[in-house]
Design a protein around this ligand. Structure first.
Ligand code: MF3
Ligand code: CO
Length: 249
């Protein structure tokens, strides 16, 4: 069942989401060689808590950290550790928060120093795919219009979308209905209505779309070891069009 949010609920979701956007924006200076992914996690936790927001992922199904830090071939759910960033890496940081009973969720992939042309194009395309998806988050459209826009953008650059992990509704729970796949047929899926809030999150692989789970039970990696990028926004569907709640202006 898809839960529609009231005006008051949307206002709360704006507040938590804004802090997440600011947190992602504020960590850019850490994206340099030698920084440990644990330091990024500490920065994010301080940034959220200093604005009254609880980390949204910590403790979720036993997840041990504030952010997911997914380097290079890691698609999502990398656990922050003592591993350090290296020149030429790409690093996806996913941040969730909880305030006044509502969640927000956003991610982006940062380049570390100078990256390869393929890595740069993967990041640009993944960011663009998210924007193309968001554009379809309109009253009267269908859910898979979003999915198709993302898939089409990715595949037009010869990248592949991950199929085993999807976006989701969000609100009082981190994951609500509906699932938001990054592939699908336009004109299909549930009708989009005012008050829906979706976490739209394309995951694009440079090689195969196939992924596998690491032994830690969390980190998802590409099966072929090639690069993966991830961008995510929490988006409300309003009569005035898509409202990106986690955008930091
Ligand atoms: N943004 C991811 C998601 O929506 C983050 C989940 S990490 C977890 O699935 F630890 F909370 F599971
Ligand atoms: Co999410």
């Amino acid at each position: 069942m898809i839960i529609l949010k009231t005006r008051e609920e949307l206002e709360k979701m704006r507040r938590v989401s804004r802090v997440i956007g600011e947190t992602l924006e504020g960590m850019e200076h850490l994206m340099k060689p030698g920084v440990r992914t644990k330091e990024i996690d500490e920065f994010a936790e301080d940034s959220l808590r200093s604005r009254g927001v609880e980390p949204g992922f910590k403790g979720y199904r036993g997840y041990p950290a504030t952010v997911c830090a997914s380097r290079n071939e890691v698609v999502v759910h990398g656990i922050p550790s003592d591993e350090t960033l290296e020149e030429g890496d790409i690093i996806s940081i996913d941040v969730g928060g909880l305030l006044e009973g509502y969640y927000g969720d956003s991610a982006r992939t940062f380049p570390v120093g100078k990256v390869s042309p393929t890595a740069a194009r993967l990041l640009d395309t993944a960011r663009e795919a998210l924007e193309r998806g968001i554009e379809q988050a309109r009253v009267g459209g269908r859910l898979h219009d979003i999915s198709w826009a993302i898939q089409n953008c990715a595949e037009s650059e010869n990248f592949n979308v991950v199929r085993d992990y999807v976006g989701h509704g969000i609100g009082r729970s981190l994951h609500e209905d509906p699932q938001v796949p990054n592939f699908g047929q336009p004109g299909s899926g549930p009708r989009l209505r005012e008050g829906m809030v979706l976490a739209i999150e394309p995951m694009l692989n440079a090689g195969t779309s196939e992924v596998k789970l690491k032994n830690d039970g969390w980190a998802v990696v590409t099966s072929d070891g090639m690069l993966s990028a991830h961008f995510e926004h929490t988006v409300a569907i309003t009569e005035a069009g898509p409202e990106v709640l986690t955008r930091c202006l």
